[in-house]
Design a protein around this ligand. Structure first.
Ligand SMILES: [Zn+2]
Length: 111
């Protein structure tokens, strides 16, 4: 994968994350009505909110990872593990275009 292909993949990935964020935002803004009085229902609503926030955080993290990857692309270090400096396997970059770690380092980090 050359730099141009990598950039195209990252931009495509970035766009797909943004679409998901917009959908999520629409979903959240849909329910502006006050919380139901019934406690059980209220608990479910709050649980849903937590899921939404977690999802939003996750999408935000992914966007940041894409920004980082684009910066590495500009710096000419894209595709190199930021931990050990070894090249990241092409299949891994195909699956995770914003990956910053090689599979070995990712396994170590995840314990
Ligand atoms: Zn590594």
């Amino acid at each position: 994968m050359n730099a141009e292909q990598a950039r195209a993949r990252l931009e495509e990935y970035q766009a797909s994350i943004n679409v998901r964020r917009e959908k999520l935002a629409r979903h959240v803004s849909h329910r502006e009505e006050p919380l139901p009085q019934d406690f059980a229902e209220q608990a479910v609503e709050l649980e849903n909110d937590e899921t939404m926030v977690a999802l939003e955080d996750e999408l935000y993290e992914q966007l940041r990872a894409v920004d980082d990857a684009l910066a590495r692309l500009d710096a000419g270090t894209y595709g190199q593990c930021t931990e050990c400096g070894e090249p990241i396997a092409a299949e891994r970059l195909e699956a995770l275009p914003a990956a910053r770690l090689c599979i070995e380092c990712a396994n170590v980090m995840e314990g």
